[in-house]
Design a protein around this ligand. Structure first.
Ligand code: NAP
Length: 258
């Protein structure tokens, strides 16, 4: 199926590793030109070289922090200079502060501020700054990666869930406001996606991984491409009548009927 995004310009935030990097690869495989944004210049350049070499598309790596307004302004300026506008925006973020705790034990103001900045404000700051580059083109796609916790809160995830719910509301407002311009806005809400690319304390222990597999009827973790494929579909021509929605990618973990 031709997804109709060949030659489109796609920004993927938080894209030097993990889901962001793999989403950038998936969009590039469909022929989209890619803008990468993250804080580690060397890692970004490596990803840019990989994507350009594998998929033959144009790749613009921009080093910066989603929490820095100056960096995000520079990102928008770089996109305008290189591509003259933006068609696809994938809002990925870094993870909530570690370690995860029960809600009643989340008493540190600094952790709440860090989670707000990381899970919500950074993404809004990017969106509000680059959406002007998307308007007036008659077509656009915005996809935010949130968490299945917005549908069924997972234990010890309140630092994430509270702000992912905020992101879900932000995306719904955007969908309502700019849909008439041909721009859709949706969320993809994952859980249990394998993150064995992570090292050290950020990775699941074998015991945690075994326990997590039992949370889904499929009895396994999800693969990165099972998440990035859904994100890519939402950026497609064929997904043009889906907006303001959240698509779960959690292997059936959430127990509700719809
Ligand atoms: N795996 C799942 O099942 C699951 C479920 C729910 C939600 N999620 C969410 O999916 C997202 C991605 O997960 P992941 O496993 O791919 O994470 P990851 O491997 O830790 O990668 C995070 C990426 O974010 C970048 N980043 C972090 N803070 C940034 C900032 N302030 N500005 C710019 N870039 C920043 C990092 O690059 P630099 O360090 O170079 O900046 C890196 O490229 C996370 O928000 C996670 O919570 C995942």
């Amino acid at each position: 199926m031709d997804l109709g995004i060949k030659g489109k310009t796609a920004l993927v935030t938080a894209s030097s590793a993990g889901l962001g990097k793999n989403t950038a690869h998936a969009l590039a495989a469909e022929g989209a030109n890619i803008v990468l944004f993250a804080r580690s210049a060397d890692a970004l350049q490596t990803v840019a070289d990989e994507i350009a070499g594998t998929h033959g598309v144009r790749v613009l790596p921009v080093r910066g922090d989603m929490l820095s307004s100056a960096d995000v302004d520079a990102l928008a300026a770089a996109i305008a200079a290189e591509f003259g506008g933006l068609d696809i925006l994938v809002l990925n973020t870094g993870r909530a502060p570690n370690p995860l705790r029960a809600t009643v034990d989340e008493t540190e103001e600094a952790r709440w501020h860090a989670a707000y900045n990381n899970q919500l404000w950074g993404a809004i700051q990017v969106a509000k700054t680059v959406i002007p580059l998307m308007r007036g083109r008659g077509w656009g796609r915005i996809v935010a990666i949130t968490s299945a916790s917005v549908k069924s809160p997972m234990p010890h995830h309140s630092l994430s869930t509270v702000f992912r719910a905020g992101m879900t509301a932000y995306i719904k407002h955007l969908a309502n406001e700019i849909g008439a311009e041909g721009i859709t806005a949706n969320c993809v809400a994952p859980a249990l996606i394998d993150t064995s690319h992570r090292v050290g304390a950020a990775a699941y222990t074998p015991e945690q991984a075994a326990a997590r597999k039992k949370l889904t009827p499929l009895g396994r973790m999800g693969r990165q491409e099972e998440l990035t494929g859904v994100v890519t579909f939402l950026t497609s021509m064929q997904a043009g009548f889906i907006t303001g929605s959240t698509i779960l990618v959690e292997g059936g973990m959430v127990g509700s009927l719809i």
